[in-house]
Design a protein around this ligand. Structure first.
Ligand code: MG
Length: 248
């Protein structure tokens, strides 16, 4: 069952989303060569808690950190640690926060120092594919219209869309129904209704779409070892343009 949020619930999701967006802004300022992913995790956790919220990922199915940091060929769910960012890396940062029982979830990808043109294009296409997708995230459309638009755009740009991981409904739990694939045919799945809240999160690979999980049980990497980027926002469906809850 897809939960439709009341206006009061949307207000709380807006607050949670705002905390996630602000945390991303804090990290954006400090992402440079020489900082460790553990330092990023600490900055994020401290800020989220200062806002009166809880890092949503910490302890989620045993995840050991507050944010996910996924470098280069890592797609998602990378675990912060001693690794130091270096010039030319790309990093995906995924942040979740719970505020008064409601979740916000968003991811951004950045270049560290000077990156290659193809890495920059991958980051740009991944972000743009989110915006292409949400053009269809409007009341009355079908859920799969979103993923169809994302896949079409990404493949036109010469990249591929990860199949094994998908976006999701979100609200009083981080993962609610429905699942939101970033690929597939249009015109399928439930009709979108105002008050649905979805985390739309294209994961885009430089090479082929296949991925695998490292032996840490979390880190998802590209099977071919090429780069991957991630971009995500929590949105609310309306009768027209969706409201993006995790952007300032
Ligand atoms: Mg998500």
């Amino acid at each position: 069952m897809i939960n439709i949020k009341s206006l009061k619930e949307l207000e709380l999701m807006r607050a949670a989303g705002n905390i996630v967006a602000e945390t991303h802004e804090k990290l954006k300022e400090v992402i440079k060569p020489g900082i460790s992913t553990m330092e990023l995790d600490t900055i994020a956790e401290e800020y989220i808690r200062k806002c009166g919220a809880i890092p949503a990922f910490k302890g989620y199915e045993g995840f050991p950190a507050s944010i996910c940091t996924s470098i280069n060929e890592q797609v998602v769910h990378g675990i912060p640690g001693a690794v130091i960012l270096k010039d030319g890396d790309i990093i995906g940062i995924d942040i979740g926060a719970v505020f008064k029982g409601y979740y916000g979830d968003a991811a951004r990808s950045y270049g560290v120092g000077t990156i290659t043109d193809i890495a920059q294009k991958l980051i740009d296409v991944t972000k743009e594919s989110f915006f292409k997708g949400i053009e269809y995230a409007v009341e009355g459309n079908r859920l799969s219209d979103i993923g169809f638009a994302i896949q079409q755009y990404v493949e036109q740009q010469g990249f591929s869309v990860v199949r094994d991981l998908v976006g999701h409904g979100i609200g009083t739990r981080m993962h609610e129904e429905p699942q939101v694939p970033n690929y597939g045919p249009k015109g399928k799945g439930p009709r979108l209704v105002s008050g649905m809240t979805l985390a739309i999160e294209p994961m885009v690979n430089e090479g082929r779409f296949h991925v695998k999980v490292l032996t840490d049980g979390w880190t998802v990497v590209t099977a071919d070892g090429k780069l991957s980027a991630h971009y995500e926002n929590t949105i609310a469906i309306t009768k027209s343009t969706p409201e993006i809850l995790t952007m300032l």
